[in-house]
Design a protein around this ligand. Structure first.
Ligand SMILES: [Zn+2]
Length: 226
């Protein structure tokens, strides 16, 4: 079996994390959420982890090369021989280039970039339906997890409010930022024919099924070219 080195891309509310977890189970590949593996490197006190810690202690951003180094340490280990799923990195073209260069050093390459595509209106609907209990922060959703009585917390009868972060105009701003940052990256991977668009507005099971089909088709194509 050829290795499956995957990168997941998708806006907030796209269900990317859920799909990542399902992929991890289905394919039995390690799942690297960037924040988690940076924290793990710091806890494990590897040399790179210590370097990352120094930047974080100063309140500085951890440089791309250090993050790529931390990811490479994990990729270049027995756990990732058959592939890996990367979530949250790269976010910029320089990061994508650094990742490609590092993978090349290891004699590997990105197999596919799965972009979970969801229209903004649908994302606003998903993210904007959240209601938070004023007293204790219990979270509901008008559509996916509605309280028994509208506007009232099931657990402590406190008032449910729309937090500022969940207001439609704030969500649209966040999505604008996401698009501005991500579109160059999408083009980068599209030019390399690594991008696969997944229709993410469908229910989670259907999205998972489309990802499965996409990967199966890719495998067939790879086998034909070998
Ligand atoms: Zn509550």
């Amino acid at each position: 079996m050829s290795e499956l080195n995957l990168v997941l891309l998708g806006p907030p509310g796209s269900g990317k994390g859920t799909q990542g977890e399902r992929l991890q189970e289905d394919l039995r590949l390690p799942y690297y959420a960037t924040g988690d593996i940076l924290r793990a490197a710091v806890r494990g006190e590897t040399a790179l982890g210590q370097t990352a810690q120094e930047y974080m202690d100063r309140g500085d951003l951890v440089p791309d090369e250090v993050i790529v180094g931390v990811i490479a340490e994990r990729i270049d280990s027995n756990e990732a021989l058959d592939g890996f799923i990367l979530d949250g990195f790269p976010r910029t073209i320089p990061q994508a280039e650094a990742l490609d260069a590092k993978l090349k050093e290891l004699g590997r390459a990105v197999t596919a970039v799965l972009l979970i595509d969801v229209p903004d209106d649908e994302l606003v609907r998903r993210l904007g339906g959240r209601r938070t209990c004023e007293e204790n922060g219990h979270v509901f959703h008008v559509e996916f997890n509605p309280p028994e009585q509208e506007g009232v917390c099931d657990l402590d009868a406190s008032r449910l409010i729309v937090r500022d972060d969940d207001k439609p105009e704030v969500i649209r701003k966040r999505l604008e930022t996401y698009h501005a940052k991500t579109e160059p990256l999408v083009s980068y991977y599209d030019q390399r024919s690594e991008l696969r668009r997944i229709e993410g507005a469908a229910p989670p099971d259907a999205v998972a099924e489309e990802i499965r089909r996409t990967l199966a088709t890719m495998r067939l194509e790879q086998d034909e070219t070998v």
